[in-house]
Design a protein around this ligand. Structure first.
Ligand code: AP5
Ligand code: MG
Length: 198
């Protein structure tokens, strides 16, 4: 198994690089943001609750987010070659829960890839995407709050994994394929895993 976290600020390229990771290493992609947006689109009670946080750029409460992830892993972890966690964990409590959730399945987290992008570029990317796709939380006011929440609540997770020797920093600016080549190098150095592309 190869379990990876793709970590970084809003707009750093987690979704973009996850698409390449799942293809290259035959992994299952879990984007907690996408799971929540899907619930919002379906009009479920969970979606309504999630929307009340996402629209303000705030995090969904830890206990709820951890419960959702637990259910996804129960349904999808069996018979998989591993998972890319995109947008989770975002707090120390979530990072601790992830360790327990994976241990419950006899597994563990192998590496955390941290996409590092300057803040002005993050804002530029999200404003552009907001104009092109209409993603609801890509508005100037909400972007500002998402970045503040990232600094206050999520950045400590980086130190948490650095202390465990699991954090692989990657420059997240430039050409998408070149960033991915750096990610692959980091994975191989840190875990010994090579491409599993058939
Ligand atoms: P989530 O969906 O995870 O959003 P996010 O972290 O804000 O990040 P984004 O999806 O905006 O960016 P990304 O890093 O995936 O980058 P992307 O590849 O899209 O979370 C949304 C909300 O859900 C949260 O605010 C919170 O409310 C809630 N939530 C989610 N998970 C939660 C959790 N665990 N706990 C609590 N609440 C949670 O790229 C961005 C743009 O840049 C794209 O347009 C892309 O095409 C472009 N781009 C990508 N790479 C490059 C490049 N190299 N050069 C130029 N442009 C690029
Ligand atoms: Mg994303």
């Amino acid at each position: 198994m190869l379990n990876l976290v793709i970590f970084g600020a809003p707009g750093s390229g987690k979704g973009t690089q996850s698409a390449k990771l799942i293809d290259e290493y035959s992994l299952y992609h879990i984007s907690t943001g996408e799971v929540l947006r899907h619930e919002i689109a379906s009009g479920s009670e969970l979606g309504k609750l999630a929307d009340s946080f996402i629209s303000k750029g705030q995090l969904i409460p830890d206990d709820l987010m951890i419960k959702i992830l637990d259910e996804i892993l129960l349904r999808h972890l069996k018979d998989r070659e591993g998972v890319v966690f995109d947008g989770f964990p975002r707090t120390i409590a979530q990072a601790e829960a992830l360790k327990e959730l994976l241990a419950k399945h006899g597994s563990e987290l192998h590496a955390v890839i941290g996409l590092e992008v300057p803040e002005d570029e993050l804002v530029e990317r999200m404003i552009k995407r907001g104009q092109q796709t209409g993603r609801a939380d890509d508005t100037p006011e909400t972007i500002k709050n998402r970045l503040k929440v990232y600094h206050d609540q999520t950045q400590p997770v980086q130190e948490f994994y650095r202390n465990q020797g699991k954090y692989i920093p990657v420059n997240g600016t430039g050409v998408v394929d070149e960033i991915f080549a750096d990610i692959m190098k980091g994975i191989e150095t840190s875990t010994g895993e090579k491409s599993r592309k058939k």
